[in-house]
Structure formats: structure tokens, C-alpha cells
Design a binder for this molecule. Sequence first.
Ligand SMILES: Nc1nc2c(c(=O)[nH]1)N[C@H]1C(S)=C(S)[C@@H](COP(=O)(O)O)O[C@H]1N2
Ligand SMILES: [Mo]
Length: 525
Amino acid sequence: MKKLMKWIKGPTALAALAGVVSAAVVLAVAELLGAFFTSRATPVFALGSTFIDFTPPWLKDFAIATFGTNDKLALFVGMGVTIAILACVLGVVAYRKWALGVLGVLFMGAVIVVSVVTRSGVKLVDAIPSLVGTVAGLLILRLLISRIWRMDSFPTSPAGSAAKAPERPATSRRAFFAATGITAVAAGIAATGGRLLGAARSNVAKARDSLKLPAPAKAAPAIPDGVQSPVQGVTPWVTPNDQFYRIDTALSVPEIAADEWELRVHGMVEEEFTMTFQELMDADLIESHISMTCVSNPVGGNLAGNAKWLGMPIRDVIARAKPKDGADMVLSTSIDGFSASTPLEVLQDDRDAIFAIGMNDEPLPLEHGYPVRMVVPGLYGFVSATKWVVDLEVTRFEDKTSYWTDRGWSDHGPIKTMARVEVPKSFEKVKAGTVGIGGTAWAQTRGITKVEIQIDNDDWVETTLSAEASLVTWRQWSYQWEATPGPHYIKVRATDGTGEVQTDQRADPVPDGASGWQSVMVTAE
Ligand SMILES: Nc1nc2c(c(=O)[nH]1)N[C@H]1C(S)=C(S)[C@@H](COP(=O)(O)O)O[C@H]1N2
Ligand SMILES: [Mo]
């Protein structure tokens, strides 16, 4: 304990603190200047994105499974802790051996610059904020460390340091803390200012809000009455945009001005071309309710949503390009480097695979791919639903791979039949007597023809299906259950339009989607 107190009061702890404050200066200065450069190019986002790309798949799966849609927050916290620890070490090193400390800081600066300029869609000049930030951090580190050297209370300061500042007066601990405090506050202001400035300089959100969507050439069929499960608390049949799950590798949402957006179509095609946003708006658009699902969705999970999408059929774009013989895959790439490999035939058949510009009667929200994303009925998002899409290459599975297939996930991703109990919730206590059970099931492109539940070890019983809107939308169900007091297990399974019963074979999400029957425990009392 005494030793710890002594250490905290000693130069090592002060040097570590100087390191942390200097690191904050690096990031804050870069953040402030970054407001004037590409929005995803500040060190924090670039480092985070690089970290995501180099994260081993098991860790990424773990992060999504553990933190779900909070995975990004978890990443930032983890990154913050890592940076703080490194900064402590660098501070101490700089105190003991300044030249070594400088080398360390320069190395870290280089790591930041490399991670910035290697992001896709980022220009070389985008390294400027990080470079200036690193220099500023180094200056601050020098300033703070030299104060520690000059503290008269540390007669044991390393030899040679006195020689560095012989004629300078000795400083006090109080002066050191004042300098550190002022720097920390200034860094905080700079970082906040940078974020605010960046947001104010971004016109993309404003342009999105004022974008008028064209009327579709083919409107979505009216939603039949009775698609919603009558059981209270079941998910809304149409998922509101702000409740739609979000999964992507983008730490900071890409901002693309619609009038600068272009889709490059190339590869194994007779005709290469680029398409502008205006061309897309002027095309024959269709509107369609389509349920999307993430391959990372665990059995019973909520990484699925249903929306009304407005967009141009992808088959029209493919037809214009005229694929050459032998092509069997379309690689779509987003502005931030994510890519998906989709079977060519899926984009050519009569399902409504679209380049979407509208979601539930609004322009796409920025997080869901503004200005243009892909939506492909029947396939998991990781092989089809590229947001912020800017490049379409017709190619072959043999020749090209994509973001997730490079990381061990399957290269074909049809959505597996899945039923979920939403009410009552697992471990919920319900009143004995009549209890409404309800939920949602999906098997996009095949449809749902039956949902059964099994209570405890009784026989499987058929539930009442809600109305079906189409084969590419999810379908809800309900059941009135006479609950006797005590604990009960409710299992659920669906049958798809081909007559196949959802498998009870348990599988993890990796590599091609989870399977198995969900089972929830409820207690009636
Ligand atoms: N650019 C980009 N598009 C992407 C992804 C991504 O990481 N980056 N993730 C995909 C995955 S895994 C899914 S499940 C869907 C999710 O779309 P949503 O966030 O709009 O629900 O987007 C797909 N499109
Ligand atoms: Mo996904």
C-alpha cells in the first residue's frame, strides 16, 4: 500500500499521465482538423475500422453475439483502454529515455497514418490531420515530461535530463498538474468541436431529409388485413426504420451525396457503364415488402426486420450490362470497402432484388445505406444487402471472394426457415389461465405454411397463422394456451412452402446461419 502511494506520487505515474494526455492531444487535434477532410478518416474511426478488419472471425462473432448491436460501443471502449495503456507506457519510456519515447510516438503516429490512408475511399491528404495530431502530441509530451524532469522533488530524475534544461527553474508538482489539466480540457474541447464541426459541415443528412422520392412504376401490393399477430407485444409486422436492426462494419456511417453517387457496373459483361442517382430515380421503380435477416442472428434472435423498399430491379441493371457466359457471381462493393458475393442467377430471376433508395416511404436512412443499397429477398444480408453500394462487378465465385467469405463464412447464403416466440418472453412469469403466445416466422422466397408449438412434452400443436403478404415477407402466428401453475417450456418450429419442417439440428451462425428450435421457459402462477 505504502509502495503504491509512493509510486502514485512518484515520477513514473506522472510520466504515465503525461503519456495519456499527449495521446488525447493526438486524437483531439486530428479530430478537429478531420472535420475538414473525409469524414471517416479521423484516427479514431480509421484505427477502429482497421481493428475490425483484422479482428479474427471468432472474436468478431463473439462481439456480435455478446454485445449485439452495441458491438461498436464495445469496440470503442476496448480501443480506448488499449490506447490509454500504450500511452502510459510511452509516457514512462519518454521520461526515462526521451529519444526512445519519440521513436515510440512516431511509430504510433505511423500506425495511425497507415490505418487512415489504407481505408477505402480515403485520399492521401486525409493523412494530414493524423500527422499534425502526432506532432502536436509529441510537443505536448515534451512539455509535460520536461516539467517532471525539472521537479525538484525528484532528485532521482534520470541523469542527463538536468543537462537538457540546466538553466530552467525547477517546477512544482502543482505546475505540472495545471499544465496537464489545461491540456486535457483543451483536448476535450478540440475533440468535441471537431465532432460538431464535422456534423455541421455535412450536408448529406440535410439533403437526405429533403429528397423527394419518385412514385413507383409498380406499387407494393396492399398489405392484407390480419398480417399482425393478435397477441399483444408481438413485433410490428412492418419494422419502423428507427427500430430496424443495424449490422455493418462501418464505425462511422459513410456520407455520400446523392448527386455524387455513381454505380460502376463492370467485369464479365458486354457493356460496362456507370449509373448516376438521377438515372436510378428516373428508372421504372418497384416497391416491395421484403423481410431481411442477418446470418449472425441466433435462434430466437432479433436481427431481422421487414420493410417496404422502393428501388430499381437489379435484374434491369444486369440486363443492360449483358453478362458474359461463365459468369456466376456478382460482387457488390460499398464505398467503405465492404463487399458481398451474390449468385448471378438470384439477381436475374423474377424475385424483386432491388437497388433500394426508399425504406418505408422515406429515403434510406444514412445507417441503412443512403443513398443506395441492395436488398435481395431470400439471402442473408452478408451475401446480398450491400449498403452504400458503389461498385458492381459481374464475375465468378471461382475468381473472387468477398468481405465475409474471406473470413470463413459460406459463399452462398439462403435464409434458413426460422420461427420465434416473442410473447411470452423467456423466463417471464405469466398468470395461470389463458395466455396468448405469439411470434414471427420466416423462410423468405419459400413462405411459411405452418407454425407449431410444443408445450412441455405434449404433442406438437398447430398455431393460428396470421395473413400472408408474400413469400418474401415474414409471417406471424398466435396461440391461446391454457397455462397450469408451474414452470413450462414452449418450443416452436415452422414449416416452409416446400413442406420442409424447420430442422431441430442445432447450428451456430457460422458459417451459414443458425438453426434449431427455440425453447422458452415461462412460469405460470
Ligand atoms: N456496406 C455494408 N453493407 C452491409 C454490411 C456491411 O457491413 N457494410 N453488412 C451486411 C449485413 S451482414 C447485413 S445483415 C445487412 C444489414 O442491413 P441493415 O443494417 O440495414 O439491417 O447489411 C449488409 N450490408
Ligand atoms: Mo448480417
